[in-house]
Design a protein around this ligand. Structure first.
Ligand code: ZN
Length: 127
């Protein structure tokens, strides 16, 4: 069994597109899901210690117990948890990815943007 991990938005519209994208992206059968409202904003601001610790605890379980092979963090169009425009959400996603890379230096960690057609786009560092 091969797992990866997503820190996804709770929004029901992004679940299936993100899971099927990540199954292909990391060549895994299973995608462990950590759901929050606007997770890339939460991880980029790091204001809520309790929530950050909760996310990192769940992430650790996926990495240690399921030997997750990669981590993704998500931002998307029309997000109730992060109503910022796309340009700002991209920055939040990049900051969230950088924060996660500090926690897991040897993991492959990527950011995803889900557009208004619910299509998945990978965010690289320079975009
Ligand atoms: Zn959302």
């Amino acid at each position: 069994m091969r797992f990866c991990t997503v820190i996804n938005c709770m929004d029901g519209r992004v679940q299936l597109p993100v899971i099927s994208y990540l199954q292909r992206r990391f060549d895994v059968e299973y995608v462990d899901s950590i759901s929050e409202a606007g997770p890339s904003l939460i991880l980029s601001e790091q204001k809520d210690d309790v929530l950050i610790r909760s996310i990192l605890n769940r992430l650790r379980i996926s990495v240690e117990n399921h030997k997750s092979v990669g981590i993704a963090v998500v931002g998307h169009h029309d997000c109730a948890g992060n109503p910022a425009p796309k340009s700002q959400q991209i920055i939040h996603i990049q900051k969230a990815v950088n924060f996660l890379r500090q926690q897991y230096e040897n993991m492959e960690i990527t950011g995803l943007w889900i557009d208004s057609n619910w299509e998945v786009h990978e965010i690289d560092e320079d975009s």
